[in-house]
Design a protein. Sequence first.
Length: 422
Amino acid sequence: MGEVCKAVILMGGPQKGTRFRPLSLKVPKPLFPLAGSPIIQHHIESCKKVSSISEVLLIGNYQYDMLLKDFVYDMQKEYKIQVRYLQEYTPLGTAGGLYHFRDQITRTFGSDSSNFFVLNSDVCCDFPLCEMIALQKQTTNGTGFVIMGTKASPEEAVHYGCIVTEDDSTKVLHYVEKPETYVSNIINAGAYLFSSEIFKHMAQVFDEQYKNEMIYPKDRISLERNVLPALVGTDKLHVYRLNRFWNQVKSGGSAIYANRFYLSLFCKQNQDRLAANGEGHATILGDVRIHPTAKVHCTATLGPNVYVGAGVRIEAGARVRESIILDRAELKEHCCVLYSIVGWDSVVGEWCRVEGHSSDPDPNDPYALVHSDSLFNTDGRLNPSITILGQGVNVSNEVIVLNSIVLPHKSLVHSKKNQIIL
């Protein structure tokens, strides 16, 4: 029973992703490239591995412009799977969009295919979709609900939805979203497997909100706050514990970390996507992906964990490490780029140094996650993080840019440190 035939990716909208600026000023955050592929392309690639999935639906509040249209076309062409974008008329919340488009989601469901995945677009992991299907069949004969969970440190757990289970069971006993005090170290990891019965529970929430005069807007429903806690009492909600890499892409620092993960995944599963050392080519250290149209001088050194985008030009003696170089950027001779994102059409001059601060989690804590705190600390100073150059930034020769965020189309003729350049 309950074959999975669809997947839904929740994209959010332009009102989200503010911590990702200025990068999200150019493209919607779900389309930002990690290891050379838009974030949600990694989701679609995971869905393609489940043979029964025939359609992927993208739900969001972004305008369906040419960027999104081209992406949908490219995904259908590359993966030979139906991909459609469903635009919300207003932000509806993580469950409101699902409920609003329930007819589209269930349109082709049959008696043996009434289940679907729901994936948050900002989740970065090797999705255990087949394992979640197996757990659903084992625990509820394919008719229940499965939530992907992962472990976090007690300090980090309170920033996520917390899941309580018995030690030897997968059944969820309690769920609370972002509790004020510690509840559990198992957190909601942003991937779900639902049967179509989920819409009955959403309908109950929807009806209750319309009856309550204190709630507005009434059609905005939160999956985490309104729906999941109500499922606990049904005995049909189970958790699949993910015991491998997981992170959320909330900020530029977490994007560098996620870029590293996907490059390492390519090293294991798609090694042909990565650059290799060879005579007459740049020196490659570790996992590096270079777009075929990029031009990299043979005396440059790249890596580890670097992506170089389309049309990029990297000149003699340049050094790039732990960074993302976006399309059509230019790195001039002998410049050094470390822990940074260089924006589209930006230029880093000769002998420049563009360097950020590593946002890696605590290596001594196996459950630590990348911090996505505020840009500023309690003293009003910029927290240490990666350096980001927005679109069309020009850094003059011999300028040093450390731990700074530069908004689009700025020219830097003097060195900067710990600043946001507006």
